[in-house]
Design a protein around this ligand. Structure first.
Ligand code: NAD
Length: 503
């Protein structure tokens, strides 16, 4: 029987596909609509308004007005904290509903939607965490450098109007990791979700309003990169663009920001390595974990997935056997079915790209161990590719260099530690890395030598308070923690004479 999501459309209430501009939910001015099709079945899920340049302009101007003259940047710290904590609680209380909407948006199965790294819980925790920074944003008081009677002080002030542009693959976490610190710092925010995960974000915005976020602090514009995203990143009244997505669009964001010197944070792609040594705690588990990371849940459509497994020759075959075992366990289909473990690829275009990379792997001489095909039969109308392992990969091959964003693991052998580090660092990216070893000295030594934003030793977790981001072309700046919070502020220095008149 062909997979269908129709029964779920009858039971799950989709939020209206409207823009939120200046506190009003409304259609786009030119009436254009985006029709969202489900990636697992190709069926139409629903439609939403596309924000054209005039809608984006109205949203940015409203955000500007609220920032310049409204209460949010000036509200008492205690009140801002209370509102953000209510946002966290409200998101948590609606976790089931949000997971169901996500399954209709991007096809991430319910079985995976509670895994902490991309869950509603981690999003709520991000709001709680950033709420905690509101009353701790101190400056410094410095002694006068050349003597004299004046005070030299620093203050952190909100950066202004923030454009938050999201990808489709982890809407709970990525919405929160931008919106929470920006709001905590006192900014106003214009959010643009991905056109492939819109309904989830509409509901999240509505929940923040229900939690008491004042009208106008958050604006929501919907639509694809062109026209909606372009209108946002080129708007002169936006002070900062916080972008998560592909490297290609990240470059465009940098270009477009140059005109008005917008502040920019970029969370981009990766080609992250996992280094597996013979003294790994459990080589079989390392193989299962590595393959699980590129298949379970998001089918490898995860920025920080360890898509290059660098494996010591002594444990190479054992690792490959375990990875294959995991590949055989992956199930696809209706995302609401609890036995389904992995999502489809997000679009047919992405499916074609992944199949193209698989063809290039075969052409360039890598050994296809398993997978490599589009799924047929009852999954034929969805964008499904079987879990794929390439062995004997050379790090110069295309499948070892480019972000595939699909269920493909490239396994590369090595002989010693220096070779493993050289291979790991031989990439334009630098988002994450994994190490599997029981030698604590090796673990620490290599954690320092690897050029990656986050190194996981014998495991990996996303933490809402731990800075996350990339070296090299994986991005600019960090999300999570103090570094992220400060990136939504400007640093101001104030000099004040200490004279009788002022005392
Ligand atoms: P994408 O770059 O295609 O789109 C991301 C967002 O940018 C979407 O909202 C899209 O509509 C918008 N956009 C597209 N063109 C635009 C333009 N010209 N101007 C402004 N906005 C534009 O990426 P995607 O397919 O949604 O997501 C996958 C990518 O995101 C992968 O490369 C992945 O590695 C990356 N990612 C990175 C992280 C991280 O934290 N580093 C997290 C998740 C995803």
């Amino acid at each position: 029987m062909t997979t269908t999501i129709k029964p779920h459309l009858d039971t799950i209430e989709l939020p209206e596909g409207l823009l939120l501009v200046d506190g009003q939910w409304r259609e786009g001015q030119d009436g254009a609509q985006w029709r969202h099709r489900h990636p697992a079945t190709g069926e139409e899920v629903g439609a939403f308004a596309i924000a054209g340049p005039d809608d984006v302009d109205a949203a940015v101007r409203a955000a500007r007005r609220v920032f310049d003259d409204g209460t949010w940047p000036r509200i008492r710290a205690g009140e801002r904290i209370r509102i953000l904590r209510r946002c966290a609680d409200t998101l948590r209380a609606h976790a089931d509903e949000l997971r169901a909407l996500q399954a209709l948006d991007n096809g991430v199965p319910l079985s995976f939607a509670s895994v902490y790294a991309t869950s509603v819980d981690v999003a709520a925790d991000a709001f709680d965490h950033h709420a905690g920074w509101v009353d701790k944003l101190g400056g410094q008081t410095l002694p006068p450098y050349q003597g004299g009677d004046h005070l030299a002080m620093t203050f952190r002030e909100p950066v202004g109007v923030v454009a938050a542009i999201l990808p489709w693959n982890a809407p709970f976490l990525l919405f929160a990791q931008k919106v929470a610190p920006a709001l905590a710092a006192g900014c106003t925010v214009v959010v643009k979700p991905s056109e492939h995960a819109t309904f989830t974000v509409i509901r999240m915005v509505r929940l923040l309003l229900e939690a008491g976020l004042p009208p106008g602090v958050l604006q929501l514009v919907l639509g694809p990169g062109d026209p909606t995203g372009e209108a946002l990143i080129t708007h002169p009244l936006v002070d900062k663009v916080s972008f998560t997505g592909s490297r290609a669009v990240g470059r465009r964001v940098v270009e477009a920001s140059a005109g008005t010197m917008k502040r920019v944070s970029l969370e981009l792609g990766g080609k992250s390595p996992a280094l597996v040594f013979p003294d790994a705690p459990d080589v079989g588990m390392a193989g299962m974990t590595a393959m699980g990371m590129v298949t379970m849940g998001l089918s490898g459509q995860a920025c920080v997935a360890h898509t290059r497994a660098l494996v010591h020759r002594d444990v190479y075959d054992q690792f490959l056997d375990a990875a294959q075992l995991m590949a055989n366990m992956i199930t696809y289909g209706d995302p609401f079915d609890p036995s389904v473990l992995a999502s489809p690829l997000i679009t047919e275009r992405q499916l074609d790209r992944v199949l193209g990379y698989i063809a290039s792997g075969e052409k360039e001489g890598a050994r296809l161990v398993t997978g490599g095909e589009r799924r047929d039969g009852e999954l034929a109308s969805g964008n499904f590719v079987t879990p794929t392992i390439f062995a004997d990969v050379d790090n110069r091959m295309t499948i070892a260099r480019e972000e595939i964003f699909g269920p493909v693991l490239a396994v590369i052998p090595f002989d010693d530690e220096d070779e493993a580090v050289a291979l790991a660092n031989d990439t334009e990216y630098g988002l994450g890395a994994g190490l599997y070893t029981t030698d604590a000295r090796r673990a620490f030594r290599l954690a320092r030598r690897l050029r990656a934003g986050t190194v996981g030793i014998n495991g990996f977790q996303v933490e809402p308070h731990l800075p996350f981001g990339g070296f090299g072309q994986s991005g600019l700046g960090r999300e999570g923690g103090q570094a992220a919070f400060e990136s939504y502020t400007e640093l101001k220095s104030v000099l004040m004479p200490v004279t009788e008149e002022l005392m």
